[in-house]
Design a protein around this ligand. Structure first.
Ligand SMILES: Cc1cc2nc3c(=O)[nH]c(=O)nc-3n(C[C@H](O)[C@H](O)[C@H](O)COP(=O)(O)OP(=O)(O)OC[C@H]3O[C@@H](n4cnc5c(N)ncnc54)[C@H](O)[C@@H]3O)c2cc1C
Length: 537
């Protein structure tokens, strides 16, 4: 087998992998190989924010996974998109720029993960960012990831803000600032009207470095070990099996669904599972693939009284052409925005100490996120419970490294999750009934006025709710005493040498918000930890 030698071999060029490739190759002292299973990010719709709809179901850049049949979701298999190209999921995501709540990180630290409190991670959030609003206590400038304002007001978002005021929910111009509570406009990870994926923000500026090699269409099959030391990665490319040796470290950044699969395929995981597929055990780690968490979204859809929605633009040829021209000449308008403009972090129950639901307001409506828009004027309030208690798993279904593993989120198995989601749907209805927003509501399309009891609202969620695309937690960070912990607070795999996991899977608990910026923060911090280990002072 042909083999090449590197200091670091990184698996997966997604949100985390591109950050690592840039930072680890920056000082020129170390050679870095970045392996990506997907193709280069040349598909043109990746760059255009509204291209979200073109990549959502597109196997060219998307793994297009499905969960196992979900017991609490009427046995449905829930569609799980995931990016498969340079930039990973940051190349196909909804561009919403959110960090989560400071208490999320303080909670990670309280679980024994030193160095991960909000005060510890805030410098990394500031480092990764170029916020068009300028520098402040909370925000940075000059970082690779652009956070931009939407730039134009929309009547529906303005009405939602006014509706919030009627219900005592404050306006909030910065969900990533002093407080998360409130309603307002999201910032987006766009740069001058184009998507700012980690491939464009981090990888492109580093591509010309002689010590960084990027291999696309290169699928890692397993990590090789010498005893308990990781020595490299075996991968598949153009019909051949190749080997890459890592003199220092192998870093798994294949995401929360495929990093645990790679560990399991390599003999690291729950022993009974590995034995079932005849995989020799390198290290027993029962937590590999467990602790899977995701945000479920119930999309409450309203017919709009005015033809001001993106549905109206898209069903009119002249308005579509105008939208296209506006984008081409000014990089503004619906094509520069993507899907969701307005957001809200609210407390569905006054007894909770911080927001427990997040809303995404889309000025359009469709049956599924990313599917064709309805022919009527419509808008969507997507309701998501921020801190789900339900836990699932990712487990091998076969020893074939090219086969997808079983993904079982177990949505809505915890009673608290069911109760919070129902309260969130009721909050959407209360907002729609306010003086400010009711002027725009011609009727509730989904779940529909006939659903009134908690059970009926829950049935709607079981039947129609889907992912908001944040699977996490499958290689949990935690101290060795935690039976489910996979990595320590330095993100090194417990009981092994020369191997770390750096991606969404290390979150011990899902953050209260969208996950792209938090993953980039994790990778920024990991890069410092890795370089500190390589270059001790
Ligand atoms: C449709 C969608 C919309 C989203 N919207 C938002 C949003 O608006 N805001 C937000 O903050 N977050 C959003 N997210 C979530 C966010 O983008 C992800 O949580 C984040 O990108 C995950 O980063 P990661 O590095 O863990 O994994 P990924 O970015 O998914 O990267 C993993 C990479 O590893 C590669 N890979 C996997 N297995 C192998 C292998 N064996 N060999 C080689 N390469 C491999 C994959 O192809 C992929 O490129 C969205 C996600 C999706 C899918």
């Amino acid at each position: 087998m042909t083999s090449t030698d590197w200091d670091y071999v990184i698996v997966g060029a997604g949100s985390a992998g591109c950050v690592l490739a840039n930072r680890l190759s920056a000082d020129g002292r170390h050679s870095v190989l970045l392996l990506e299973a997907g193709p280069p990010d040349t598909y043109p719709w990746i760059r255009v924010p509204i291209g979200y709809a073109k990549t959502m179901f597109n196997p060219r850049v998307n793994w297009c996974f499905k969960t196992e049949p979900e017991p609490q979701m009427n046995g449905r298999q829930v569609y799980w998109p995931s990016g498969k190209t340079l930039g990973g999921s940051s190349a196909i995501n909804g561009l919403i720029y959110i960090r989560g709540h400071r208490a999320d990180y303080d909670g990670w630290a309280a679980q024994g993960n030193r160095g991960w409190s909000y005060a510890d991670v805030l410098p990394y959030f500031r480092k990764l960012e170029h916020n068009v609003r300028g520098e402040s206590e909370w925000h940075g400038v000059g970082g690779p990831l652009w956070a931009s304002d939407i730039g134009a007001k929309h009547e529906l978002v303005e009405a939602l803000i006014a509706a919030g005021a009627e219900l005592g929910i404050p306006a909030n111009a910065d969900f990533n600032g002093a407080t998360q509570d409130g309603v307002g406009y999201y910032q987006l990870t766009t740069r001058k009207g184009f998507r700012c994926s980690t491939a464009s923000a981090y990888l492109r500026p580093a591509r010309s470095r002689g010590n960084l090699r990027v291999e696309t269409d290169a699928r890692a099959l397993r990590v090789s070990f010498d005893g308990v030391r990781a020595t490299g990665v075996v991968y598949h490319q153009a019909g051949r099996e190749l080997a890459a040796t890592a003199r220092r470290e192998v870093i798994l950044a294949a995401g929360a669904l495929l990093s645990p699969q790679l560990l399991q395929l390599s003999g690291v995981g729950p022993p009974a599972l590995l034995q079932q597929f005849g995989i020799p055990v390198v290290r027993e780690l029962p937590g590999v693939g467990e602790n899977l968490q995701d945000h479920l979204q119930a999309r409450v859809i309203f017919r709009c009284t005015k033809p001001i929605t993106t549905n109206d633009v898209l069903k009119s040829l002249p308005r579509t052409l105008l939208m296209g021209m506006r984008y081409v000449f000014t990089r503004t308008g619906p094509m520069a925005i993507g899907i969701n403009q307005g957001g809200m972090f609210a407390r569905s129950d006054p007894a909770v100490d911080r927001p427990d639901v997040q809303f995404h307001l889309a000025t359009l409506s469709s049956d599924m996120a990313g599917s064709p828009v309805h022919t009527f004027s419509g808008f969507t309030m997507s309701v998501c419970q921020l801190r789900p208690r339900s836990r699932g798993h990712v487990r091998l279904k076969s020893a074939d490294p090219l086969a997808a593993p079983a993904m079982q989120p177990n949505y809505l198995t915890a009673p608290e999750d069911r109760a919070t989601l129902v309260r969130g749907i009721r909050l959407a209805r209360r907002l729609a009934a306010t003086r400010a927003l009711s002027a725009y509501v011609a009727g509730e399309y989904r779940p529909g006025a006939e659903a009134t009891t908690d059970d009926e609202l829950l049935d709607f969620a079981r039947d129609k709710a889907g992912t908001i695309f944040h699977p996490a937690g499958t290689c949990k960070m935690g101290p060795a005493a935690d039976p489910l912990a996979v990595v320590d607070s330095g993100l090194a795999v417990h009981g092994l040498a020369g191997i770390r996991v750096v991606d969404c899977s290390v979150m011990p608990a899902l953050v209260s918000g969208n996950t792209n910026a938090p993953v980039i923060m994790i990778a920024e911090k990991a890069a410092d930890l890795i370089l500190a280990a390589a270059n001790p002072r």
